[in-house]
Design a protein around this ligand. Structure first.
Ligand code: VGL
Ligand code: ZN
Length: 197
């Protein structure tokens, strides 16, 4: 293994949970990226590389819910079906799960916000991240921007993300912002070719 995929690379799969795929806060066409994400997960697993799944993990009374003055329908409540990972998502035996946005009064779109993610990556000498999942315009975007601020070389897996698009072009704007701040857009075949594995 050489090229852009090295022992210091990790895959971060953002929030592929039932509520975001076909539940209360369904991201349009999120189901269509599951097979692509599975290909990435298997590629990393096959090469013994780290795979991290983040999950939105709200308490019942989370501030982001409409009933509490927020903008979202109730979603991803801890220990409910809606918060479970989708059944078609391939979960390798060797994986890490990072829960986020678990404090009632704090919205946290980034997988790094108030979590152990940065420590976990540092402990494993990770310097390069490959990020996919949902939603492009919220948690994927904020996770990518945090990663860049923390100094990780960051790839956005553009064939394995989907956005909410509350406003037209939100996802497109989010992708442009991530790239302008240093993220590199890449698709599966390109990664395979450049990885030289
Ligand atoms: C998300 C809206 C609300 C996300 C989380 O995972 O992108 N979006 N909570
Ligand atoms: Zn949420």
């Amino acid at each position: 293994m050489e090229g852009i995929l090295t022992k210091s690379s990790a895959l971060i799969v953002v929030d592929m949970q039932n509520d975001f795929i076909n539940g209360s806060l369904a991201v349009p066409n999120a189901d269509t990226i599951i097979p692509v994400i599975n290909d990435y997960v298997k590629l990393f697993e096959k090469n013994g590389l780290m795979v991290v799944f983040t999950r939105d993990w709200h308490p019942e009374n989370h501030c982001s819910f409409k009933e509490n003055g927020g903008i979202w329908p109730k979603h991803c409540v801890q220990n409910t079906y809606g918060a479970e990972f989708h059944k078609d998502l391939y979960m390798p035996s060797n994986k890490y799960i990072i829960s986020k946005a678990f404090l009632p009064d704090l919205e946290a779109y980034s997988g790094f916000e108030k979590t152990e993610l940065n420590d976990l990556l540092k402990k494993n000498n990770i310097d390069t991240l490959f990020i996919c999942g949902v939603a492009t315009d919220y948690c994927v975007k904020q996770t990518v921007l945090s990663a860049l601020e923390l100094g990780y070389k960051t790839y956005l897996l553009v064939d394995a993300i989907k956005g909410v698009d509350l406003n037209n072009f939100d996802s497109e704007k989010a992708i442009n912002e991530m790239i302008s701040k240093g993220a590199k857009a890449i698709v599966f075949d390109e990664l395979i070719n450049k990885a030289k594995i």
